[in-house]
Design a protein around this ligand. Structure first.
Ligand code: C2O
Ligand code: CU
Ligand code: CU
Length: 482
């Protein structure tokens, strides 16, 4: 294995120092540059000092002929997030963020969730089609000290899913304090493709957070000062890569923040998938936008960079000082590697949408200002007793969803189904939104038309804005499929 030192000397020999344009930094210079920012502002974390960890892979406690069985414990833990004292967090199995579960289509997963926290929880597998009793409904909680078994049939195509807390009125804070994890569902279609895999397929869970002077997570409803960005639980890490293609499975696990990701040198990113799995064809872009809860599957070809250079993953949207929210992590290209992977021109086929049986409108709005601003779907705050949309089983519906706010952003998430975007602001969706989606961003005043088929389970499920604090304030509703 090539050490960092020898990688650096390779750079110098190859004349890597000439490659300092637009965001491309020779490693040596990046290391030698004094970090004055930390001195100037005590709260700011020094960037690119720690490696980005991989999410720990959760192993089943057992495999039966019918299912993979897991046991997971929700418990408090202390995580070394900042250089100082450790941070108290809420975790799945002691990990911040939670672990990665790998599942296969048509192979059910059963998870016994043990709540050893002092608050009620509900575990929701975001993006999955599961029976209503396993969806983690806000009222269907696991009381502290008790257990609950969730059944995930995995009768759906491959998709990058994730799980997080959903207990009524607590989901925003519980998730913020650490209750989120990843769940990659794969299938034969996906596995047949020559995409980067193994060590070259990496889940990156992004989020923001605010820490107090003692290094503890500060939580306030709708806080606009969560300006520390974490990748897999570490603020502004570096990640050592080989000069070849990587498949990055990106998740925005923030409570509210939307990211717009770019490579600092403007190099292209190849988006191959979204919330509901692969796109039909790869799409080359210079930016990936992810609102809270959304996922993107992106291939980056680091072979364009000489060994010894590095490139920063930037964020180019949102509130906060640029030095805190403008950069997320740094990829350091430290070695060469053989690369047999390829991005095929066709990735999958999606079934044509049937003619919709029903149309429906949904209006998202919140009070902009005031002490305790309300948030509404169709002018109503969430009431777990009320059914807001009655849907006939085995029908297809076209939903016209509008953000009625002049300034506030929202997004829209449907439980149970993956939908297709037909139109955004009167135009066909961008290529990155043309596949299967379960969460979609809505800029102020914007309208999105989407279509879903309700043919998997009957029962009550949620739909809501996935900016958690909007949901907690009431921007959440219930559909009943019957
Ligand atoms: Cu991630 Cu109700 O959802
Ligand atoms: Cu969900
Ligand atoms: Cu919202």
């Amino acid at each position: 294995m090539i050490t960092r030192r020898s990688a650096l000397s390779v750079t110098l020999a190859a004349g890597g120092a000439a490659l300092t344009g637009a965001g491309l930094t020779p490693l040596l210079a990046a290391r030698a540059r004094p970090t004055t920012r930390a001195a100037a502002k005590a709260q700011t974390v020094e960037k690119f000092r720690r490696p980005m960890p991989l999410l720990p892979e959760k192993r089943p406690a057992g495999r039966t002929g019918k299912a993979d069985v897991y046991v997971m414990t929700m418990k408090p833990a202390r995580a070394q997030i900042l250089p100082g004292p450790p941070t108290d967090v809420l975790t799945y199995d002691g990990h911040f963020p939670g672990p990665l579960i790998r599942a296969r289509a048509h192979r059910p997963v059963i998870i016994r969730q043990r709540n050893r926290l002092t608050v009620p929880t509900a575990v929701h597998l975001h993006g999955a089609a599961v029976p209503p009793g396993s969806d983690g409904d806000p009222m269907d909680v696991i009381e502290p000290g008790t257990d609950r078994v969730y059944h995930y049939p995995n009768r759906q195509p491959h998709a990058p899913l994730w799980f997080h807390d959903h207990a009524h009125h607590l989901e925003a804070e519980n998730t913020y304090r650490g209750l989120s994890g990843s769940y990659l569902l794969t299938d034969a279609t996906e596995r047949a493709l020559p995409l980067p895999r193994g060590a070259y397929e990496v889940v990156i869970a992004l989020r923001d957070a605010r820490f107090d002077a003692g290094g503890q997570l500060a939580y306030a409803m709708g806080d606009r000062a969560r300006n520390t960005l974490l990748a897999n639980g570490v603020p502004y890490p570096y990640f050592q890569v080989a000069a070849r293609k990587y498949r990055l499975r990106l998740l925005n696990a923030s409570n509210q923040r939307r990211f717009e990701l770019r490579l600092a040198d403007g190099s292209p990113l190849t988006q191959i998938g979204s919330d509901g799995g692969l796109l039909t064809a790869p799409h080359t872009t210079d930016r990936i936008a992810l609102s809270a809860g959304e996922r993107a599957d992106v291939v980056v070809d680091f072979s364009r960079y000489p060994v010894g250079t590095s490139v920063v993953l930037k964020n180019t949207t949102g509130t906060g000082p640029a030095e805190e929210i403008g950069e997320i992590l740094r990829f350091d290209v430290v070695r060469t590697a053989h690369d047999p992977s390829r991005i095929p021109a066709r990735l999958r086929t999606l079934p044509p949408l049937p003619r919709p049986d029903t149309q429906r409108t949904v209006v998202l709005r919140m009070d902009e200002g005031g002490e305790h601003p309300g948030a509404y779907i169709d002018e109503k705050e969430y009431d777990p007793q009320r059914v807001d949309a009655r849907i006939k089983f085995n029908t297809s519906e076209l939903w016209t969803v509008t953000n009625a706010n002049a300034r506030a952003e929202h997004n829209f998430h449907l439980h149970l189904v993956q939908f297709r975007v037909l139109e955004r602001a009167g135009r066909p969706p961008e290529p990155g939104e043309s596949g299967l989606k379960d969460t979609i961003h809505l800029a102020p005043g914007e309208t999105v038309r989407l279509q879903a088929v309700f043919d998997n389970y009957r029962g009550r499920y949620l739909y809501h804005c996935h900016m958690f604090e909007h949901g907690v304030r009431g921007m959440m509703a219930t559909m009943h499929i019957q």
